[in-house]
Design a protein around this ligand. Structure first.
Ligand SMILES: Nc1ncnc2c1ncn2[C@@H]1O[C@H](COP(=O)(O)OP(=O)(O)OP(=O)(O)O)[C@@H](O)[C@H]1O
Length: 581
């Protein structure tokens, strides 16, 4: 699909406008090189004609020196131009990269379910890098070359109108040919970048699951998949290069034709119109100078073709709307929060209900134990509270405020979630706990570690809070990783804590440590715990049992325990851990 001019315009305006002084310098430098390119052939003509008419040697030396100075100056300007252009490109691409990253982070979970992280990395990095030339040179060079071409044609008209007219017709024909070629390769480059993104997506996904791949003996299968993706990429790349190459070959032929025309014209006018040999040289050099901008324009168009794929994909990504609309209210209290679900229903896909008509009232400071078999919708219910998704019906309130009207920052500050899957970042312990919030002091971090029973672990660290943790937390036990996740939430001091208890069995000592940490975490806070263990369930004031997305039982734990007919009492009799397995 061709990229609309409006897309180009919007991207350029958004990312070049903030750095207009640099862009202005770049334009001035470009104007300098254009002027020198137009003046140099005139000097050469003066030299050749001067030599032909046996002008004084001193005159010729002055002309040669002038030519030399201008040539050096042109190089200096070219270096400055490259420097400023790189600056402009990096600033623009970094800003775009930051915008895309932010946009991806803000997109809802449905989007992230469809797009693998590797694919997004390729989008945010690969495609944006491919756009760097677009920002730094493409438009400026395109216009610069266009001006150079116009300047050459005007000067050729001044030499002789027949020369000017012939070469203008040639330039127009050359443009028509080139224009027809424009856009031919775009779909091929788009397909190439898509194949590249898929290759990266595949690699990322498989490398993230290295242990599973190895332990399940799927290495060969994975390599076959990799080779399939690599083959597809190679095929698309080859096709795109071949289409490009044919464009390029045609342009070279057109340029050679231009040189031949200028030589023939020069020879004709030398014999029949008496122009000087210097002027013949001038016509040839100007025609040469003219073929350069035509070639460069094609070059730029070629790169534009290449980047059109990236531009299209970046623009498409930026246009993916956020289904989760940010609210503006920030007036949640700093204390424990009341939670209410009013007839909430949700589904990931149409007509496949995952939660149906959920009613729930939790007073500030109380704890809900959420039970249910795997796939019953427990995690989904907690995701709705963090607004990773919005319900399709019903309302969720915190302290009587519909969470859709709350600012997402406030919501995420006041609702802390610990999932079973703890993401440990490859950075210092401090950063892992504060999540780069420099307002959190080291003393607070140490208090959190102490409170959650991690002080022994902390003392074993070689560099204290500066100790860098291995990527993915591979150096940590499951219990330690869970406790670190608790500490993260503890430091943010939320009013509601959601805890997806680890279902894996831990050794009794670690389990005790986790129990104490959970107590500490819930102190003075409202809690929702997806519980797998009896000991955890016992700290809940309310119990909710989900079955296939519906609430099959909800009430005060003590009352449910006392009622032998209750589902909860049955679960306790069977044994919670066995019943929920
Ligand atoms: N991102 C998603 N896209 C589509 N369906 C999903 C998604 N996440 C979960 N589901 C489906 O929704 C249903 C409820 O899943 P959910 O993870 O909430 O259950 P759960 O009770 O928390 O299970 P578990 O105890 O195994 O974590 C399941 O059928 C699951 O397959």
């Amino acid at each position: 699909m061709p990229v609309s001019l409006d897309t180009y315009r919007r991207l350029l305006l958004t990312y070049l406008k903030p750095q207009w002084p640099r862009v202005l310098v770049l334009i001035l430098l470009l104007a300098g090189t254009i002027s020198i390119s137009l003046i140099n052939p005139q000097i050469l003509r003066a030299f050749v004609d001067g030599a032909g008419s046996q002008s004084a040697l001193s005159n010729l030396i002055v002309i040669a020196l002038f030519f030399l100075i201008l040539s050096v100056l042109r190089q200096v300007i070219a270096i400055a131009e490259a420097y400023v252009a790189t600056d402009v490109a990096l600033l623009a691409t970094n800003a775009l990269r930051a915008d895309l990253t932010l946009h991806c982070l803000q997109l809802d979970s449905t989007f992230h379910t469809i797009h693998a992280p590797g694919e997004l990395i390729e989008r945010v990095d690969g495609d944006v890098s491919a756009l760097s030339n677009f920002f730094s040179r493409m438009v400026i060079t395109l216009f610069g070359n266009l001006f150079l071409l116009l300047g050459v044609l005007v000067l050729l008209f001044l030499v002789d109108w027949r020369v000017g007219l012939t070469l203008t017709i040639f330039a127009a024909c050359a443009f028509l040919v080139i224009n027809r070629l424009r856009g031919l390769a775009t779909p091929h480059w788009e397909a190439e970048r898509q194949a590249s993104a898929e290759l990266f997506g595949f690699l990322e996904e498989r490398l993230a699951g290295t242990e599973d791949v190895r332990s399940s003996g799927a290495t060969l299968y994975m390599l076959q998949g990799l080779s399939r993706h690599a083959r597809k990429h190679l095929h698309k790349l080859r096709l795109a290069i071949m289409v490009n190459f044919s464009t390029w070959g045609t342009v070279t032929l057109v340029n050679a034709l231009g040189r031949v025309i200028s030589l023939l014209l020069g020879a004709y006018l030398y014999w029949y119109a008496g122009i000087s040999s210097g002027t013949v040289l001038l016509i040839f050099i100007y025609t040469n100078t003219m073929t350069t901008p035509i070639e460069q324009i094609v070059n730029q168009l070629r790169e534009l073709q290449q980047s059109a794929g990236s531009i299209q994909r970046v623009a498409t990504l930026l246009e993916v709307p956020r289904t989760i609309v940010d609210g503006s209210r920030t007036d949640l209290p700093a204390s424990a929060l009341a939670v209410a679900f009013e007839d909430v229903s949700f589904s990931y896909a149409e007509n496949v209900p995952v939660l149906q008509h959920i009613q729930l009232q939790l007073a500030p400071g109380s704890v809900l134990g959420l039970l249910g078999r795997t796939g019953s919708g427990k995690s989904t219910l907690t995701k709705l509270l963090a607004r990773l998704y919005d319900p399709i019906a019903g309302t969720i309130c915190l302290n009587g405020i519909d969470i859709r009207t709350l600012s997402l920052d406030t919501l995420h500050e006041r609702v802390g979630i610990v999932t079973q899957e703890v993401h440990i970042l490859h950075t210092s312990v401090r950063n892992n706990l504060t999540l780069f919030d420099s307002a959190i002091k080291d003393t607070q971090v140490l208090v959190a570690l102490e409170a959650l029973g991690l002080h022994r672990w902390y003392q074993s660290l070689a560099d204290g809070l500066d100790t860098v943790l291995a990527p993915g937390g591979s150096g940590l036990s499951a219990g330690e990783a869970q406790l670190l996740a608790f500490a993260r939430v503890f430091l943010r001091d939320p009013g509601l804590v959601i805890l997806d208890e680890a279902s894996s069995r831990l050794d009794p000592a670690t389990e005790r440590l986790l129990e104490q940490a959970i107590d500490k975490l819930l102190e003075g806070r409202t809690g929702i715990i997806i519980a797998h263990r009896l000991s955890t369930v016992q700290r809940a004031d309310h119990i909710m049992i989900l079955e296939q997305g519906e609430c099959s039982e909800y009430g005060l734990r003590q009352e449910l325990v006392r009622d032998p007919a209750s589902r909860f009492a049955q679960l306790l009799r069977i044994g919670l851990e066995e019943a929920l397995a």
